[in-house]
Design a protein around this ligand. Structure first.
Ligand SMILES: *Cc1c(COP(=O)(O)O)cnc(C)c1O
Length: 498
């Protein structure tokens, strides 16, 4: 299996190179030349296997330049070394109204990003060897809060790598900031940017594709790669958990062979929902995909109208990991939806850069609408839903998941065909404790984030994740903050190549 750039399909590289590079030199994203299909027999053959084994076999369909042994080593290290608090790695919880939640946050940093970022460093170190690269790899990451911590945890002290994370200074929860600022490891660095997530992401993308910067790195025997979902190595583990979730639902008798279901995904950069779409193309019987957003509703509008317009006010919400106006992975979906028209993709994403806006033809918009709906919800609706789910089930959901539940319930109420609904549950509620507590009770004045954990625990009896409780005693190691224009200089200075 080879990978093309969304902006130039004559470029073909093996998966190891796509992963090692992160992004194509032309600024396009790597996409598989074809999407492998699985039959009912293939799904059944993966029943009753541990997650790591199931994952290794699904990875094999996409990462064909890796050996079975290499893939098993990667999945064992990621999913069977005690990093996940549940042996199943992912769990499915059913709410009283029938909605099912796919809990993807049982990893070390309490968000779904761990599902991919616990394995990406293993893929990456193997990819580097395979590609014959003898340079140090510098992972440059923009984060809306969760990717940063998950990437730091994954790459901490991984030989041959350095990692640098940029987050929006006022755009993450206090717990997310704590998690990053206290990160341990010799090869890590964290820096705040005076701007929003899009500023961080644009800054990082610009540094990646800047020829001078690349030359400076090469002269110092270094090269960049990415831990963002623009890296194929991030997406493929996410495809795996959707395939695996379907098999688990078969095992548990929730679904019969081939029985269709709907899926809602709380969305920001469009990575998680795109992975679900790939799983659907592979044969997982997902009928409809609901793309849930907060008031940063650029995707809802795009799905409904075919116009992508980032020229709008950016809102900071209680679901900060979805406060994004440029959803990078949409580029991959559009590449597939246009039947791989790389010239069109170049044109649209050029316009996005210069005008902040592009419009797709009605015919292609209809193709997207046949598989996706958009749905957006504000902070009040989000908190109301957390309260409702808690009173009906005694179950705490985080703010992002709650946006998803709002969208899922709304879709189900209006759908002509009532199919089972699965919602991707993307974070542990304790990670966004302030908003979650506000949703189920009042928050006492002057209370710190750790006291909030205790209060939430008293009310819900849900265990506090050790990874969050232990932050209290960890020293802050990183408090740098830069203007977005200073990002390139900061990178050079901290790498010692200025
Ligand atoms: C990253 C994140 C999202 C958005 O996922 P995308 O892949 O960027 O669409 C949603 N919820 C949480 C908790 C996240 O960390």
């Amino acid at each position: 299996m080879l990978y093309h750039s969304t902006r130039n399909k004559s470029l073909s590289v093996p998966s190891a190179q796509a992963i090692a590079q992160g992004i194509a030199a032309d600024g396009g994203l790597f996409v598989p030349e074809s999407i492998p299909e699985m039959t009912a027999a293939d799904f059944n053959a993966l029943k009753n296997l541990p997650y790591a084994e199931r994952a290794a076999r699904i990875f094999k369909l996409y990462l064909t330049d890796f050996t079975d042994e290499e893939l098993r080593e990667c999945t064992k290290n990621a999913y069977e070394s005690g990093n996940f608090e549940t042996p199943n790695v992912q769990e499915i919880t059913k709410l009283a109204d029938g909605t099912m939640l796919l809990e993807l946050w049982h990893g070390p940093t309490c968000a779904f990003k761990d599902m991919a970022l616990q394995i990406l460093p293993h893929f990456l170190t193997k990819s580097i060897k395979k590609s014959g690269i003898e340079r140090e790899v510098v992972i440059l990451t923009a984060t809306s809060g969760d990717t940063g911590k998950a990437a730091l945890a994954g790459f901490q002290d991984v030989e041959g790598t350095k990692i640098m994370v940029f987050y929006p200074e006022d755009g993450v929860s206090s717990m997310q900031k704590r998690q990053m600022q206290t990160q341990e490891g010799e090869n890590v660095r964290v820096c705040a940017v005076k701007g929003n997530f899009d500023d961080c992401q644009n800054g990082v993308k610009a540094i990646f594709t800047d020829a001078d910067m690349q030359a400076a790195l090469a002269a110092n025997n270094m090269q960049f790669s990415s831990a963002n979902s623009i890296n194929w190595g991030r997406l493929v583990p996410q495809i795996v958990y959707y395939v695996s979730a379907y098999i688990t639902m078969l095992e548990q008798g929730i679904l019969k062979d081939g029985e269709r279901f709907n899926l809602t995904v709380p969305t920001g950069n469009f990575g998680n929902i795109l992975a679900a779409w790939y799983a659907k193309q592979m044969g997982v019987p997902i009928q409809h995909l609901v793309c849930a957003s907060n008031v940063n509703n650029v995707l809802t509008e795009f799905i409904e109208t075919g116009v992508y317009d980032r020229n709008r006010t950016f809102h900071a919400t209680v679901s900060p990991s979805m406060d994004i106006l440029i959803s990078s992975n949409l580029e991959r979906l559009l590449y597939h939806m246009t039947h791989e028209d790389d010239a069109l993709i170049q044109e649209w994403f050029g316009k996005l850069k210069t005008d902040g806006k592009y419009e797709i033809p009605t015919e292609i918009a209809h193709r997207i609408q046949a598989e996706f709906s958009g749905s957006c919800w504000d902070d009040d609706a989000t908190k109301d839903m957390i309260g409702k789910v808690f009173s009906e089930n005694g179950y705490l959901s985080d703010t992002h998941t709650a946006v998803g539940i709002c969208a899922a319930r709304d879709y189900q109420e209006n759908a002509s065909e009532k199919l089972p609904m699965l919602v991707a549950s993307t974070a542990n509620p304790y990670k966004f404790g302030n908003a979650v507590l506000e949703a189920i009770d009042s928050v006492p004045a002057d209370i710190d984030e750790y006291a909030i954990l205790d209060l939430l625990n008293e009310k819900s009896k849900m265990p506090i994740p050790a990874a969050l409780a232990s932050l209290k005693t960890k020293p802050v190691r990183f408090s740098d903050s830069v203007e977005k224009s200073e990002m390139p200089a900061y990178v050079k200075a901290k790498l010692g190549i200025a």
